[in-house]
Design a protein around this ligand. Structure first.
Ligand SMILES: *Cc1c(COP(=O)(O)O)cnc(C)c1O
Length: 339
């Protein structure tokens, strides 16, 4: 809570074009603090996409509210055309997740939220620097959450997160909530907890922030190279709504016989991932919601076929070529086996 933190908060807010930034201990805490500060709590519902990291749902649960899922669009992002049907009298907020580094379709989403007087809490934990209509994500909703987990586009050397908002009252409430509701030393005005961002992490983040735009541009370049090299039958490349707005936290393709593809890649020493193999509604932790397989068919179909290929700013063309060749070999072999 020293000068390094204050400086980072100012610099990250300026980078985004936001009025306020409050450093906290993680992205999950940032989401929960956004919700609490916006008055979301027990008995309320928050609409989230079914395809997301579990933290989006668990932050909602942590504040006593219920996550209400909706299916995804062709970009693996919240399908704005089905949100309205999920709104109930208990709905308090919509949480778009800018998954894989791409902005959710915020135009229709913000209009819908306004019409129904709902808060929008952006989960921007994978989208530092991403843009929608030229504007950085994290500046559209009531508040937004960022994560600085080491693997994110802007990562600390340990856990960290931030709440970003245009609303000075929300910012003030988050400042209190992250530090035992303390306004002055030993004056506790509300019940809060401990969710501080260390000065050491803030100092590291201040240096790395200067490189973020450059690193994101490298990721975009790598994505364009993958796009070219993976233009072949059997591989579905990711759709991109805005070539300059996407920050490619992940580059996610779809193939048949996904697990065999992962094995082929692993045999060539290529580590790939699945984000995410089991959708939120099919996790044991959310069994009490009573949602079965078939509830969100697009999310479920994606979960069985997606692969996140190696993606980081320093990836070289020859590395990308090797990954692409290995994947093409897999789908080529699969098609020969069929014919
Ligand atoms: C990483 C992540 C979070 C949680 O951030 P932590 O810092 O790990 O708590 C939340 N939502 C999404 C989409 C994420 O990728």
């Amino acid at each position: 809570m020293g000068p390094e933190l204050e400086a980072f908060e100012r610099e990250f807010a300026d980078f985004l074009g936001a009025a306020h930034c409050v450093g906290v201990a993680s992205g999950t805490d940032a989401l929960a603090l956004c919700l609490r500060a916006a008055g979301v709590g027990s008995g309320d519902e928050v609409i989230i996409p079914a395809n997301t990291f579990i933290a989006s749902a668990m932050a909602v649960s942590q504040v006593g509210a219920t996550p209400r899922m909706v299916d995804i669009d062709d970009h693996y992002l919240i399908d704005t055309s089905v949100i309205e049907a999920a709104i109930t009298p208990r709905t308090k907020a919509i949480m778009p997740v800018h998954l894989y580094g791409q902005a959710a379709d915020l135009g229709p989403l913000m209009a819908l939220a306004e019409r129904h007087k709902l808060h929008v809490i952006e989960d921007a934990c994978q989208a530092h620097g991403a843009r929608y209509d030229g504007r950085r994500v994290g500046t559209f909703g009531t508040a937004a959450a960022f994560s600085f987990y080491p693997g994110k586009n802007l990562g600390a050397y340990g856990d960290g997160g931030a709440v970003v908002t245009a609303d000075p009252e929300i910012a003030e409430r988050v400042r209190l909530l992250r530090d035992f509701g303390q306004r002055k030393k030993y004056e506790h005005v509300i019940i809060g907890g401990n969710s501080r961002l260390d000065s050491m992490q803030a100092a590291i983040l201040r240096v790395k922030l200067r490189y973020l735009d450059r690193w994101n541009a490298c990721r975009r370049g790598a994505a364009r190279t993958y796009d070219e090299l993976l233009d072949c039958p059997g591989i579905t490349r990711p759709l991109c709504r805005d070539l300059d707005g996407h920050v490619y936290h992940l580059y996610v393709v779809r193939v048949a016989r996904r697990n065999a593809a992962l094995q082929t890649l692993a045999q060539s020493g290529i580590q790939a991932g699945i984000h995410y193999p089991v959708p939120v509604h099919l996790q044991p932790a959310y069994a009490h919601l009573g949602l079965r397989r078939g509830a969100y068919p697009r999310t479920e179909a994606a979960a069985g076929e997606i692969i996140s290929l190696p993606m980081f700013p320093e990836i070289t063309n020859s590395q990308i070529e090797r990954v692409a060749a290995t994947l093409r070999q897999h789908v080529g072999g699969a098609q020969e086996a069929r014919s």
